[in-house]
Design a protein around this ligand. Sequence first.
Ligand SMILES: [Zn+2]
Ligand SMILES: [Zn+2]
Length: 127
Amino acid sequence: MAHIKPINPDLLTDSDVDYANFSCCGDEDLIFLRCPACGHLSVQCYECETWYVDLADTGRMESAYLSDDERLACPHCSVPFEDACHLMEGIVDRYLPTAAQVIAAGHGRHLARHLREQHGVLLPPST
Ligand SMILES: [Zn+2]
Ligand SMILES: [Zn+2]
C-alpha cells in the first residue's frame, strides 16, 4: 500500500508510521519527514496536507499545503526544503528518515508495529 517509494530500502515509507497515534482526516496517508539541514523529524499527511511538526506533541499541526512557488520550511531550523515536490520519486530520499533515526530521536513509538517489533521498541504503558 506504500505510495512513497524511496530508492534506499532503509528509508521509511507511508506504511511505516503507526497510524493509531494520529487522528487525521480519516483517509490518512502518513509519512515521516526528516529535515536535510538539521535532522528534525515530523510527519506529513499527504492526503489532507496536515503536517505534524512536533512528534513529541502530535497536537501541534501546521498546513503543508503549498501554492506554486512555495516550499516547506523546517519547523525547527526554518531552512526551506530545496525541493517543492519533496515526496516525488527520486527526490523523496533526501527527506525521509530511517527507523534507526526515528528511534534515536526518541520517537520510536510512532513507528508501525512491524518496525517496533523488528527494532525492539517498547511502548510506554498506556494510561
Ligand atoms: Zn489527513
Ligand atoms: Zn531543520
